[in-house]
Design a protein around this ligand. Structure first.
Ligand SMILES: CC(=O)CC(=O)SCCNC(=O)CCNC(=O)[C@H](O)C(C)(C)COP(=O)(O)OP(=O)(O)OC[C@H]1O[C@@H](n2cnc3c(N)ncnc32)[C@H](O)[C@@H]1OP(=O)(O)O
Ligand SMILES: NC(=O)C1=CN([C@@H]2O[C@H](COP(=O)(O)OP(=O)(O)OC[C@H]3O[C@@H](n4cnc5c(N)ncnc54)[C@H](OP(=O)(O)O)[C@@H]3O)[C@@H](O)[C@H]2O)C=CC1
Length: 283
């Protein structure tokens, strides 16, 4: 199954990173979002990252221009009519993903693979919105996409070996390392990472230490590159809350209950770095 034309849905922090690495690897990319401003923000971030690569001698100015020329803007899902692979990276919400996958199933060519970058939502349930569940798969990149090596690949109940292999090959072409994971709440990455972040938020809520000190303990004590509260801000507190709710619902175990402080911040619109304020403030 040859993949050349890719559509990435959602030009936020994950979608723009995915579009960047696909374009750098030689794929033609349509970067779709509902708003032109979101696309423009996404492409500005990609341009900045590629310019940094040129400055650092990792690519030439010509290669940068070629990569940018491979990315085109899309504001309409109908543009999926000629793609081989879609990687959906819109908001972490089942209703939104169902609606996107339903439309994609109607529009995309019969052979096209429909992948989702969901952090935690069941692939099998997303696939059920389509008439091609055999061609639906999870392709879970890590943030920041251009830097992080891992992609969790998650099969839905019906995903075929051929589709798995095509996505695995594509991941290697993107210079990433694929790891196969079963369709279980939070997969592997977030089943382990997110309870740690949630526990750090409970630790803050209970006044055990300041946010800076909680982060310092994990950075200096465990050699984590970022403390858990800084990482939560980086991921997005809305996404962290969605993931905890999926774990809580999926396992029915109270150990996954989201911290009330996390809920409060999300209700306040303090979503982390992307909104300028979360546990920390960003200018
Ligand atoms: C929620 C989910 O579903 C799954 C997830 O993704 S969970 C989140 C997983 N990600 C992590 O855990 C990230 C943890 N943090 C880190 O690894 C590091 O702090 C970091 C890579 C983000 C930054 O590294 P750092 O050494 O602290 O800072 P810095 O020196 O500025 O950056 C290192 C390199 O990464 C690049 N970089 C940092 N942020 C970047 C971004 N957002 N986009 C592109 N490149 C970025 C920098 O440009 C720099 O590259 P050079 O080699 O050109 O210098
Ligand atoms: N943040 C992280 O660390 C990681 C996130 N993920 C997953 O990636 C996905 C995206 O997350 P992230 O990039 O952080 O989120 P962002 O909020 O940064 O970006 C999401 C983008 O998708 C847009 N969008 C929302 N609905 C639609 C739609 N129907 N069609 C097209 N675009 C849409 C949003 O527009 P608007 O803002 O206008 O709503 C926004 O521009 C989520 O499923 C998340 O769980 C996976 C790995 C890591």
């Amino acid at each position: 199954m040859a993949i050349q034309n890719v559509m990435v849905i959602g030009a936020g922090q994950m979608g723009s990173g995915i579009a960047q690495v696909c374009a750098q690897a030689g794929f033609n990319v349509k970067l779709n979002d509902m708003k032109k401003e979101a696309y423009e923000r996404g492409i500005a971030g990609i341009t900045k990252n590629l310019s940094r690569n040129v400055e650092k001698g990792r690519m030439t100015e010509e290669e940068k221009t070629e990569a940018l020329n491979r990315i085109t803007s899309s504001l309409d899902l109908q543009d999926a009519h000629d793609v081989d692979l879609v990687i959906e990276a819109a908001v972490e919400n089942m209703e939104v993903k169902h609606s996107i996958f339903k439309t994609l199933d109607e529009v995309a060519p019969k052979h096209a693979i429909l992948a989702t970058n969901t952090s935690s939502l069941p692939i099998t349930e997303i696939a059920a919105a389509t008439n091609r569940p055999a061609q639906v798969i999870g392709m879970h990149f890590m943030n920041p996409v251009p830097v992080m090596k891992l992609v969790e690949i998650i099969r839905g109940l019906a995903t075929t070996d051929e589709v798995y292999k095509a996505v695995e090959d594509m991941t290697v072409k993107l210079s990433k390392t694929p790891v196969e994971v079963e369709d279980f709440p939070g997969f592997v990455a977030n089943r382990i990472l997110m309870p740690m972040i949630n526990e750090a938020i409970f630790t803050l809520q209970e006044g055990v230490a300041s946010k800076e000190d909680i982060d310092e303990v994990m950075k200096l004590g465990m050699n984590h590159p970022m403390g858990p509260l800084q990482l939560a801000d980086f991921i997005g507190l809305d996404t962290c809350l969605y993931i905890m709710e999926i774990l809580h619902d999926g396992f029915g175990d109270s150990k996954y209950r989201p911290s009330p402080l996390l809920r409060k911040y999300v209700k306040a619109g303090w979503l982390g770095k992307k909104t300028g304020r979360g546990f920390y403030e960003y200018s």
